[in-house]
Design a protein around this ligand. Structure first.
Ligand code: HEM
Length: 441
């Protein structure tokens, strides 16, 4: 009992200290620097959340900060226990994506835009039959390992990781595993990126991003309709996702008519290509900034110890996940953190930004959150959502990110290229990120 009190006090004192450090670090940058750039840096976001977790863990504002989806105000939730509460209570905190999903498909919703419903269960179940857990070890790891090794082996002492590796491998995985390469590799990368940007990133509702996303969607619909028609006309015996979908269709599976297959494929492809690319780039950038962690990842890569390599890559990604918040909208007035001093009632219609980045650095839930550790329990990570809508590709991500980076990490003398080229270029999706190395081991 006393030990628990002392431990609780110690953690809260550390939180207070971290809040103070955050204030001292951020204040000068926010007063005299470029505020947008300051807040875009993951390290600074972690400072902001240190401050909020201690001072104002749950904020409810009457102001609309997000324009892309209808809402009446904004709430920001920062403590691990409250973030998971929001994401678990999907009946009260609903996904908002439906109108944009319908715009992407020119009709139907996709399951990430659905509330818990028969259609949600039907579509997720169908796609789980087509994209199987066994495929991760049986197909995807060997495929991504081969594709990545080929690309890195052909690089002459330097490589543009974003342009030539992490954007290429997911697109080639889609080509081989889904059986839908796109009208070109470039079109697959570019189109899925623009749609993702429109759907999930552009919270300001920018017209140009909307137009780019919608025209990419029209092109992707045309391409996939054609690919499905072509497969009907000229069947193949490939064991790919498209053929598995068509087998489900022949078996009379509800939701698997051509349109259903096309819409589900669009959703998965949007989720797959830009995310895996950006995530791998960001994890590598974190490793490159931490010599000890990099050395650990390199040793694991060279020893072909995939479990240890994965632990390094996931831990690196925790420091800079591609989405620092997951957003929902309240269906009704909803109280969170009930019975605590930080309890707040969030009015109906409020956009709730549940910060998974903050949750992963909350010392009340995560031991030594600022330390780079490779022995963390799985519950310390909220890298791809939580609750009902947890990423469909979670096991794929855990497997493919390390495989893409592994041949790079095997190289001697891996380092950022000098100057701007060695920094991640392109926002919100990395376009270029050049690293150099001495020789292939
Ligand atoms: C590192 C790469 C990835 C990251 C960081 C990521 C992130 C996420 C996140 C945060 C969510 C939850 C969104 C929310 O609750 O609002 C999610 C859901 C989803 N992701 Fe991913 N994702 C990645 C890769 C993939 C891949 C490879 C696929 C496809 C195979 C995919 C397909 C989906 C789908 C379909 C959902 C919706 C799941 C549902 O509604 O049940 N994602 N992802």
């Amino acid at each position: 009992m006393i030990a628990a009190l002392v431990s609780g006090l110690r953690i809260r004192l550390a939180m207070g200290w971290a809040a103070l450090v955050a204030l001292v670090t951020l204040a000068p940058q926010l007063v005299s620097g470029d505020r947008v750039a300051t807040l875009a840096a993951s390290e600074n976001q972690r400072h902001v959340f240190s401050l909020l977790r201690f001072v104002l863990p749950n904020i409810v504002l009457g102001r609309q900060l997000i324009k892309a989806y209808d809402n009446t105000g904004t709430a920001i939730v920062t403590r691990h226990t409250d973030v998971t509460e929001v994401l678990e209570r999907d009946a009260d905190f609903a996904v908002v994506y439906e109108p944009k999903m319908r715009a992407i498909t020119a009709g139907e919703n996709f399951f990430l835009g659905m509330q818990d419903s028969p259609a949600y269960t039907r579509d997720v179940s169908n796609m789980r039959l087509a994209v199987r857990r066994d495929d991760v070890s049986g197909i995807l790891i060997p495929l991504a390992a081969r594709l990545s090794a080929e690309i890195v082996a052909a690089a002459p002492g330097r490589i543009d990781v974003a342009a030539d590796l992490t954007r290429r491998v997911p697109a080639r995985v889609v080509a081989a595993y889904f059986g839908t390469p796109g009208s070109s590799e470039e079109a697959m990368i570019d189109g899925t990126t623009k749609m993702f940007w429109y759907l999930f990133v552009d919270l300001a509702g920018t017209e140009a991003v909307t137009q780019a996303g919608l025209s990419a969607a029209a092109a992707m619909r045309t391409y996939l309709d054609g690919a499905i028609a072509e497969r009907h006309a000229n069947p193949t015996d490939a064991d790919d996702v498209l053929n598995r979908c068509l087998a489900l269709q022949r078996a009379g599976t509800p939701g698997m008519d051509d349109l259903g297959i096309r819409n589900n494929l669009i959703g998965l492809l949007i989720g797959l290509v830009p995310t895996l690319s950006k995530a791998s780039v960001q994890a590598l950038a974190v490793l490159l900034d931490r010599p000890e962690a990099l050395a650990g990842a390199q040793a694991a890569a060279r020893a072909d110890d995939d479990a240890l390599l994965t632990a390094h890559v996931m831990e690196a990604f925790r420091f800079d996940p591609i989405n620092p918040v997951i957003y929902r909208r309240t269906v009704r007035d909803s109280e969170i953190a009930r019975g605590t001093l930080r309890a707040r009632t969030i009015p109906k219609g409020t956009m709730v930004l549940a910060s998974n980045l903050s949750a992963m650095f909350d010392p009340l839930a995560v031991e030594a959150p600022n330390a780079f550790r490779t022995d963390r329990p799985a519950r310390d990570y909220i890298l791809w959502g939580y609750g009902m809508h947890t990423c469909f590709g979670g096991h794929i991500n855990r497997a493919l990110m390390p495989q893409m980076l592994k041949p790079l990490l095997k190289l001697r003398g891996l380092r950022r290229a000098p100057g701007a080229a060695g920094q991640v270029q392109g926002t919100p999706f990395p376009q270029n990120f050049v690293v150099e190395f001495d020789r292939v081991t």
